[in-house]
Design a protein around this ligand. Sequence first.
Ligand code: HEM
Length: 123
Amino acid sequence: MVVSLYDRLGGYDAIGEFAGRLISGAQSDSLLGRFWGHRADDRNARDLQMLIDYLVRETGGQMYYTGRDMALTHAGMGITDIDWARFIEIVIQVAGELGVGELEGAEVLAFLDGLKGDIVTAG
Ligand code: HEM
């Protein structure tokens, strides 16, 4: 039986923890924090839930994602290659903190790499 990445990452709560640390790491980062300036707390809470739902669906969990697609969501933000590299560093750091396995970590990075073209729209 093929076990989904969702299950191998530890299911909903583990993905929730991962997403929460990722967003707070990005929001408090000196380079990336600018993308989340001037926002109410409920907006941040909604974004976190959207990220969790998206990741649950994409990794094979049971979820009907109601958010926007990645290109539409990040259009016009001017996210650069340097921003992306920093984001990936935070992903790797959080994966390390949570003890994500080597294989699962590599699958997450490959999945993210597939999204890069939709999200990085500036040099
Ligand atoms: C440098 C990388 C990234 C930056 C700076 C960034 C920034 C943001 C910001 C500022 C928002 C809020 C937009 C809004 O409320 O209108 C957002 C929403 C979102 N982002 Fe990202 N993001 C990045 C990468 C990613 C990646 C890799 C994923 C997926 C794995 C992702 C998934 C989402 C989702 C699901 C939403 C909410 C969608 C919705 O509101 O419908 N983001 N992002």
